[in-house]
Design a protein around this ligand. Sequence first.
Ligand code: NAP
Length: 254
Amino acid sequence: MSSRTAVVTGASSGIGAATARRLAEAGYHVALAARRVDRLDALAKELTAAGRSASVHAVDVTDRAAVDAFAASLDALPPLHVLVDNAGGALGTDPVATADPAEWRAMYEVNVLGVLNVTQALLPALTASGDGTVVVISSTAGLATYEGGGGYVAAKHGAHVIAETLRLELNGTPVRVIEIAPGMVKTDEFSLTRFHGDTERAEAVYAGVAEPLTAEDVADTVTWAVTRPSHVNVDLLVLRPRAQASNSKVHRER
Ligand SMILES: NC(=O)c1ccc[n+]([C@@H]2O[C@H](COP(=O)([O-])OP(=O)(O)OC[C@H]3O[C@@H](n4cnc5c(N)ncnc54)[C@H](OP(=O)(O)O)[C@@H]3O)[C@@H](O)[C@H]2O)c1
């Protein structure tokens, strides 16, 4: 039985699922949180079959009551040492002039208030562990903007500010705050969700890019950062594929 728990939100796909696999390999009990329980069940089954330790938690991170109930349920698990705030995503690429305010609100809800809800609810347990780590998966969209990105960029700037502020506020406590800001990562669902299921538009995001980052690349980076000695804080780590020099400068081979 693992002696430490790591919570991963958005563990039902992409970066979250890959991170849960890597943290389980590193010896953590992984508490898998997301809305789609069938996918979490499949991942938990895969992990336990491989001799790892995992549990499944149906949580909508925008629902504070559900998040609080989730936090209470963690008492039955090994002490909580790691929280990976990964649940999030983008909706649309409309310019500011015509963007849908409902999409902006939804992105703020999940990428900012979702991180706030889960972090607030789990902070007492992370502090009580005597050695806690919060990882915020923001984005290069949290650091600079691009045309058509306004709503997502605004929300990810919010996530970035949570990480920066929390690090200041937790100074002197046994909890460190790590922000991982990926650029272009080719995951199965991120762009599909952004373009409301339009596979052609989703695929076009990665067209001609030799090697976008993979979910595993990000998971590897998260796991590296989390497994540094406790006194070492990786404040902010930006990772992009070699083919991407900025949010808008991407080398395409065709
Ligand atoms: N892919 C990229 O290029 C990229 C780059 C930089 C940063 N990121 C960030 O990395 C994170 C993961 O992205 P990804 O590429 O792995 O995307 P993804 O495959 O679409 O994963 C998003 C995850 O978030 C979960 N989620 C969404 N809304 C939720 C809610 N209200 N409550 C709980 N869980 C929720 C989803 O699970 P359910 O639907 O089952 O709830 C899913 O597991 C996101 O924060 C994203 O913004 C992605």
